[in-house]
Design a protein around this ligand. Sequence first.
Ligand SMILES: O=C(O)CCC(=O)C(=O)O
Length: 272
Amino acid sequence: MFSSIYTNTHHSFTINEFFNKTIHLRKLPFFLSEVEIASFLEQLKQHSKDSSNNARMDDGYFYPFPYSTIHDQASFDQNHLYFTSGADFHKKHESFSKDLQSKLEETLQVELHPLNYQGLDFSKFNCRILYAQKNGIDIHCENAFIPQLNPAMSSWMESILDLKNALSFLLVLQAPRQGGELVLFNQEWDDIEILIQHEPYADRHDISGGMFKKHGAKNVQHFMFPPMEGEAILFRAAQIWHGINKIEGDNNRITIGCFIAKGLDGKYYFWA
Ligand SMILES: O=C(O)CCC(=O)C(=O)O
């Protein structure tokens, strides 16, 4: 797998190469201009970091809430903060979100369709604000969250799209001075299913891969992608185990991203 991670960034590709598993990751340098990014960051910084529209995690926060917060004990209806915070984000950042979607569609050469469940709009994007000097994001793959999701939501999603092979798109808006790398492991969900909620915090942040070794994996390797401002990355996040490394220095790491999956109807869907 790792040999094909080193793919030529300038070589053209199609989204179906990800779904066919012939490519695993693509870097898209200079995805948005410095001016576009600076203006969005300025708007973003006007929201208070402890607003009820932010989902706080151990080492940072997400705005708006990610879909994974509709977990098995949560209600899958309009009262969930996922839908209310998503509507707030959409209202405040409609034009940026539209530009980002267009750029993504132009890059992938496909139309991207948002998800709507019985009149409820799923978020198209969310921002991940990870604090300087903190531990980034736990090692996970998106499939490891499926058993924790509200079953009505995950079964509805699986009835319309191939959730288990979704991709992640992320755009770096602000890079830390050091650290904060995207770390990909040579381990896929189909090879090793770990229920991460039962794993200790330290193991979920151990980039030497102790969590995998403990579960019997051999030859665990990882590969690091340092965050570069303005650069976007697409990768097979549902399957490939990954995390965000500790953030050094005094700059928070800020990204915006979404997931993309192929619909059973042949269309492409995105949400966050
Ligand atoms: O850098 C980011 O925005 C988060 C990457 C990640 O963990 C994911 O896409 O699942």
